[in-house]
Ligand binder design. Structure first.
Ligand code: AMP
Ligand code: MG
Length: 205
């Protein structure tokens, strides 16, 4: 890809973000299951369309300064599958006690709305489209509005693909490929969100 094409792509991203003062970089963890190679075949304890959010991590970037100005993190108590699978515990390093003591998706949504009053005129971004689909799924289960209802969503992975023409990679690999330092524990919502924010700052800066 030519330098000109990259600059045009970067300009297009800046244009998309121009109406907004804040960008929320968001990462969700959710209930999940997978049958390991050493296991005998069994039905999944959590099927894809029943995944529920168990953690939301959100990092606020002020688009005027490109500085991180705040964070929001909550565990969320799943209602359909309240017991986390061994696969999920291992993948996310979230503990059963973290979700047992947490508020529901609806309650956390209320807390997030109160938090976001301080950062109005915002859009949100995540690595891929999974998080946006998961918020819709949660909203479908609870019958409540999505936790980020009304805020436009951007796929930071698509932005990255347009600026660095390489194979699509996972979040951690991408951070490392950009020469940035990975921070925290992979597959923890708040840490993933911090790393998405690092990528976004690097792309926009
Ligand atoms: P991530 O943001 O990459 O940590 O993933 C978000 C959620 O997607 C996780 O909390 C899991 O519910 C699900 N997930 C991620 N990777 C896998 C995987 N390899 N197998 C099954 N589910 C996964
Ligand atoms: Mg994650």
């Amino acid at each position: 890809m030519s330098i000109e094409a990259k600059l045009l792509h970067l300009q297009a991203i800046h244009n998309l973000l121009a109406p907004y003062r804040y960008l929320y970089c968001v990462d969700l963890e959710a209930t999940c299951d997978e049958v390991g190679e050493s296991e005998s075949p069994r039905p999944l304890a959590v099927v894809a369309d029943q995944m529920e959010t168990i953690e939301i991590g959100l990092v606020v970037i002020d688009l005027e300064t490109l500085e991180i100005v705040d964070e929001f993190q909550r565990f969320v108590r799943p209602l359909i599958n309240p017991t986390l699978t061994d696969f999920c515990l291992k993948l996310t390093s979230i503990e059963q006690a973290d979700v047992d003591g947490a508020r529901t998706c609806q309650e956390v949504g209320e807390e997030l709305r109160m938090f976001s009053v301080r950062y109005p005129n915002a859009a949100w971004a995540s690595w891929g489209d999974y998080d946006a689909r998961q918020l819709e799924r949660d909203a479908g289960f609870t019958g409540c509005p999505s936790m980020l209802e009304g805020l436009p969503h951007f796929n930071a992975r698509k932005w990255h693909a347009g600026l660095y023409d390489n194979q699509p990679k996972g979040l951690k690999q991408t951070v490392e490929s950009m020469g940035l330092n990975w921070k925290g524990t992979y597959h923890r919502g708040i840490d993933d969100a911090r790393n998405v924010a690092s990528i976004v700052k690097e792309m926009l800066g």
